[in-house]
Design a protein around this ligand. Structure first.
Ligand code: ATP
Ligand code: MG
Length: 424
């Protein structure tokens, strides 16, 4: 049997790539308006990095990581997310010495050993941003506004922004204790995973998708009622500035996020159009993470968007591949020679041109031109060469024009150049 790819790890084929490129280009364009610069970090890191940052009792570290020993017996892990590697690099290269705020973004594959289904894969891709150095609530509002701007720009409408605050090391332990007390009275109604989480990661119970867990915890104490004064003021100010920037949001006090490092503001961009995979983007503030990874005591906030889910949501608005501008349909060796040279000249000029190399009949060449979606076909055969004029056919309406052979290149350049031919 021939070798196939790995379950849950997808090929992105040429027919789909335009949507990906569009989403990536828009991210580069929009994020750069907010001052973000791209950073590229390796796809593998020391396992310890993820255990220490994401948290030992999270789903990712407990069961989703691709961890292996290399030939020197070092434990390595394929990155399950981008924040920890970016922060590792930020600390290692002392990027904090360059400016008081570092605004970074990344695009690339992530790996989690999950059950593959629509919108959930084992290799998936994220576009993420990290704003490090300032904990001013305006930075939170600006980051959320940038995320919202991105969704507007790519034309994904059916999404809404949900926000919450998870407090800080001063107030979270109190809330955690209150929540544990509440959950302990209902352990028998919780799924086995959540029964275990009650002690290790109680906040995560609020995020459980199981119906029983949702029902049992419908009146759970809200984290927002347990924030300390500083966190309450911060969260209020984030909202005030979101209103100022006219960025719509709703508060979801049950959103806890699956990673340990979050503090204060957390958020998700959610949709109803992806079945049970309702989050398209997610993130939050992580004011203790950089210090936890032995860096300076600097705050940060960031998010990651799932590219596969963005592509699914683009749906109807999917971006179409660009099509060849011109096809040279030839008959006879001499015509082929002329066309072959012209093809090269046009391609060097930045114009997508095609011709046939397999000796197909004129009819078959035309069919191919049509199938490729070429805007024009240029006919060049013995008759045309004797006559000194090639025939240019506009595929949309079939109209034909004669073009003197020695002016073909110049004329096609004027007609087909994107900058001069906006009417085509
Ligand atoms: P979920 O609740 O869907 O498991 P998550 O909380 O694990 O998401 P994050 O770690 O916050 O997700 O990652 C941010 C985004 O990355 C998600 O909103 C989603 O779009 C995408 N994502 C996460 N895991 C996967 C996956 N296995 N396959 C495809 N996309 C994913
Ligand atoms: Mg997950």
């Amino acid at each position: 049997m021939s070798i196939t790819g790995i379950k849950g790890m997808n090929d992105i084929l040429p027919a789909e790539i335009c949507a990906w490129q569009f989403l990536e280009e828009q991210a580069r364009k929009i994020f750069s308006c907010y001052g973000c610069k791209e950073i590229r970090v390796p796809v593998v890191e020391k396992t310890e990095l993820f255990c220490r940052s994401i948290g030992e009792t999270t789903d990712i570290v407990e069961k989703e990581m691709y961890t292996f020993n290399d030939k020197s017996d070092h434990s390595l892990t394929l990155r399950p997310e981008g924040t920890a590697p970016v922060i590792r690099s930020f600390i290692q290269h002392k990027l904090y010495n360059q400016d008081q705020v570092s605004k970074l973004y990344y695009i690339g594959p992530m790996f989690r050993y999950e059950r593959p289904q629509k919108g959930r894969y084992r290799q998936f891709h994220q576009i993420g941003a990290e704003i490090i150095g300032i904990d001013d609530p305006r930075i939170d509002a600006q980051t959320l506004a940038m995320l919202s701007h991105y969704f507007d720009a790519v034309g994904i409408k059916d999404v809404s922004l949900q926000i919450n605050s998870l407090g800080c090391p001063n107030c979270r332990p109190n809330y955690r204790a209150t929540l544990i007390e509440y959950l302990e009275q209902r352990t028998d109604q919780l799924c086995p995973d959540c029964q275990r989480r009650c002690a290790s990661n109680p906040l995560r119970v609020l995020d459980c998708k199981a119906k029983g867990c949702k029902e049992a915890t419908h009146d759970a104490p809200s984290v927002l009622d347990h924030l300390c004064r500083e966190c309450t003021e911060h969260f209020d100010a984030v909202q005030q500035h979101l209103k100022l920037l006219e960025t719509e949001y709703t508060i979801n006090n049950r959103m806890v996020r699956g990673l340990d490092y979050y503090t204060k503001t957390t958020f998700e961009m959610v949709t109803n159009n992806l079945g049970s995979q309702n989050a398209v983007a997610a993130g939050g503030r992580y004011d203790g993470l950089i210090e936890e990874l032995d860096g300076p005591s600097l705050p940060g906030i960031g998010f990651a968007m799932g590219l596969e889910r963005l592509v699914l949501l683009l749906g109807e608005n999917r971006v179409k591949a660009t099509q060849p501008k011109i096809f040279f349909a030839t008959m006879g060796e001499q015509a082929e020679e002329i066309a072959f040279k012209l093809l090269h000249q046009l391609q060097r000029h930045g114009i997508h041109a095609e011709m046939d190399f397999s000796g197909k009949s004129l009819k078959a060449q035309l069919r191919r031109a049509d199938k490729l979606g070429c805007k024009f076909t240029l006919f060049l055969g013995e008759n045309e060469i004797n006559d000194g004029n090639a025939q240019l056919k506009k595929m949309a309406d079939g109209t034909q024009t004669a073009i003197p052979i020695d002016t073909i290149f110049a004329q096609l350049c004027t007609m087909l150049d994107d900058n001069t031919a906006s009417s085509l």
